[in-house]
Design a protein around this ligand. Structure first.
Ligand code: FER
Length: 254
C-alpha cells in the first residue's frame, strides 16, 4: 500500500477542521452557486492562509470529495502529525452551468463545456468571493489548484494557463479534457520560473494513464521540474485519497 494504515481514519483524539457550505453569486453562470470550504483546525480570521482549490470528476459535484474521499479527515490527520501548512481548502462545483447537478448524461456536450467554462467562474467569481469572505492570501504563491480526472484536466489547464494566479498545481488521473502538453505549457522557460509544484499522478491500471504519461514525457523533455507519481490502482478514490495524502504536505513549503 502507498499510505499508512489509518491515514483516512476519523480520529477522535485530535483537532478537526471545520466544513462550511458557501453560496456565491456567479456572473459567469448568472446564478448563485455553492461550494464547500474546509477551514484548518485553529483557523483564525486574523491570519492569512494559503488556499487549495480541490476539484471533482465528471460524475461529481462540490460534495464528491466529501462523499467518497474524506479529504477533511486525511488533512486533519496530517495536521496532527504537523505535516501540513495550515490552508483553506475550497471544494467547488466545476460544472459551470445553470443546472450544475451531475444528473442525466454527464458526458453530454453542454456539461463537458461547462467544465471548461468553470475557468471564468473560478477566476472571476469564486476566488474573489473566497478572498473577500475568508482569511485568504491573495498572492499567487499562496494559491494551489488540484483535482481528480475531469478536475485534474481542469487543474492543469487552468493552473498552467494562469501562472499569474497559481503556483502549486496537481492533476490526479487527469482526463481527456487535459490540453496537449504544447498547449498546456506554451512558454517552458517562464513556466519553470513560476511553478512551485507541478504534480502529475495516475493509477497504473487506469485507462486514462496515457494522458498523464504524455504530460510527464513533455515535462521531462523540456526539463520542467515536476513530480510524476504512479501507484497501483484504477480510476477511483482509493487512488485519489492517497494522491491527496502525498500531495498536500508538499504545498506552500520551500
Ligand atoms: C473521457 C473519459 C473520461 C472524458 C472525460 C472523462 C471528456 C472523465 C472522467 C472522470 O472525470 O472521472 O473521454 O472526456
Amino acid at each position: 500500500d502507498t499510505a499508512p494504515e489509518g491515514f483516512d481514519a476519523n480520529r477522535t483524539d485530535i483537532a478537526h477542521g471545520k466544513l462550511d457550505t458557501i453560496t456565491y453569486a456567479s456572473k459567469t453562470v448568472g446564478t448563485d452557486r455553492k461550494a464547500v470550504v474546509y477551514l484548518p483546525p485553529g483557523y483564525s480570521a486574523k491570519k492569512k492562509y494559503p488556499v487549495l482549490y480541490l476539484l471533482h470528476g465528471i460524475g461529481g459535484d462540490e460534495f464528491e470529495w466529501l462523499r467518497n474521499g474524506k479529504p477533511q479527515l486525511i488533512l486533519d490527520n496530517l495536521y496532527a502529525e504537523k505535516k501540513l501548512v495550515p490552508m483553506i481548502v475550497v471544494l467547488p462545483n466545476g460544472r459551470a452551468m445553470k443546472d450544475d447537478r451531475a444528473t442525466g448524461n454527464v458526458m453530454a456536450k453542454d456539461k463537458i463545456e461547462a467544465f471548461s467554462r468553470f475557468e471564468d467562474d473560478l477566476l472571476n467569481d469564486l476566488i474573489p468571493y473566497i478572498e473577500k469572505n475568508f482569511a485568504a492570501s491573495t498572492d499567487r504563491t499562496q494559491r494551489a489548484i488540484a483535482g481528480l480526472s475531469m478536475g485534474g484536466g481542469q487543474s492543469l489547464n487552468f493552473g498552467l494557463g494562469n501562472l499569474d494566479k497559481f503556483a502549486w498545481i496537481g492533476g490526479f488521473s487527469s482526463a481527456p479534457n487535459t490540453r496537449q502538453p504544447e498547449e498546456l505549457i506554451k512558454d517552458p522557460a517562464s513556466a519553470k520560473q513560476k511553478i512551485k509544484l507541478l504534480w502529475i499522478s495516475c493509477g497504473t491500471e487506469d485507462n486514462l494513464i496515457g494522458i498523464s504519461e504524455r504530460t510527464d514525457k513533455f515535462l521531462k523533455e523540456k526539463n520542467i521540474p515536476h513530480i510524476y507519481y504512479t501507484a497501483p490502482g484504477k480510476h477511483d478514490f482509493e487512488v485519489w485519497k492517497k494522491d491527496l495524502f502525498h500531495f498536500a504536505p508538499l504545498l506552500f513549503k520551500k
